[in-house]
Design a protein around this ligand. Structure first.
Ligand code: SAM
Length: 299
């Protein structure tokens, strides 16, 4: 098997298929073995794991994941990559490639594949065990949709234990910010509600083809068994959070009442704030996760 992580092999396969990378899909392929080893180590992949990989590209990371994990499910949006993946993953019988948009893929189908009840895709072993494996998400994410993918994963019922992903360094930093920072926002709160974030590695642009203009980081999000705060309706809390950060410069009351979908009156929000001993002119960006939780429960 030719290891695609070596630049010459990546170039050879891209040339063979006349594949040109598409910016609209965030295609920057990894060509740094040290970084690849670091991701596999950070994710702690072993034979007892089933990995959900988002965006396998030409299969560079997928090859390493297949070698280390019990089972791999890779979801790739670009159908032009499917024949390439058939070749580059030909020697593995523990991988299923699903040609779909991760944000639209049928979750019930993913669960069936995970449970070994459905075998579809590129190279499949129909008797690959699914039950009893620990689900881990690993990806070199397309940067244009990092936040929607994370929200999709967190709000799905997929029973993953951790998410180890390559993202823009700036986005990895944003995930770990608190009130008072300009970077603090809905993504920081979502990550901190669902998982413990840890930056594992800073990755220079020279590790990819084509080379992006920004540095990247590998961040590991280990899901909490119990979220750090008690909230009756987390989805509702995240609607409140999004509404307050959509209108960052406005007061929390204006932000929340502006979003008609929430159906909240000024009086209701002011009353809840009063119960929390907060001023009616407070801004959402000063609220901690715990305070958003309290507000959501009160409303
Ligand atoms: N994993 C490969 C690597 O490390 O070299 C490729 C990573 S590249 C940054 C992102 C990959 O995600 C591309 O293959 C792209 O086509 C795919 N992709 C983009 N949007 C997607 C989506 N919505 N669902 C699934 N895959 C997507």
């Amino acid at each position: 098997m030719k290891k695609l992580i070596e630049f010459e092999n990546t170039k050879e396969i891209l040339d063979k298929y006349g594949f040109s990378m598409q910016k609209k899909f965030g295609q920057n392929f990894l060509v740094n073995e040290h970084v690849l080893d670091g991701i596999i180590d950070a994710a702690g992949i072993c034979k007892e794991d089933c990995v959900l990989e988002i965006g396998p590209g030409i299969g560079t990371m997928t090859q390493a994941l297949c070698a280390h994990a019990g089972k791999v499910i890779s979801v790739e949006i670009d159908k032009k990559l499917i024949p390439i993946l058939e070749e580059t993953l030909a020697e593995f019988d523990n991988v299923t490639v699903v040609n779909d948009d991760i944000l639209k893929v049928d979750k019930a189908r993913l669960e069936r594949i995970l449970d070994g009840k459905e075998a579809t895709g590129t190279n499949i072993s129909s008797d690959t065990p699914g039950n009893g494996l620990t689900l881990k998400v690993v990806a070199n994410l397309p940067y244009y949709i990092t936040t929607p993918i994370l929200m999709y994963l967190f709000e799905s019922d997929l029973p993953f234990e951790s998410i180890t992903i390559m993202v823009q360094k700036e986005v990895a930093d944003r995930m770990q910010e608190g009130p008072g920072s300009k970077e603090y926002g809905a993504l920081s709160l979502a990550v901190q509600y669902y998982a413990k974030p840890e930056t594992m590695m800073i990755v220079p642009g020279s590790s990819f083809v084509p080379r992006p203009n920004v540095d990247s980081a590998v961040i590991k999000l280990t899901r909490y068994e119990q979220p750090p705060i008690a909230v009756e309706d987390p989805k509702k809390m995240f609607k409140l959070i999004r509404a307050s950060f959509n209108m960052r410069r406005k007061t929390l009351v204006n932000g929340l009442t502006h979003m008609s979908e929430l159906g909240l009156s000024r009086e209701q929000v002011e009353e809840a704030l009063a119960k929390m001993e907060k001023s009616p002119t407070v801004r959402g960006e000063t609220f901690t996760l715990e305070e958003f939780g309290k507000l959501s429960n009160l409303l």
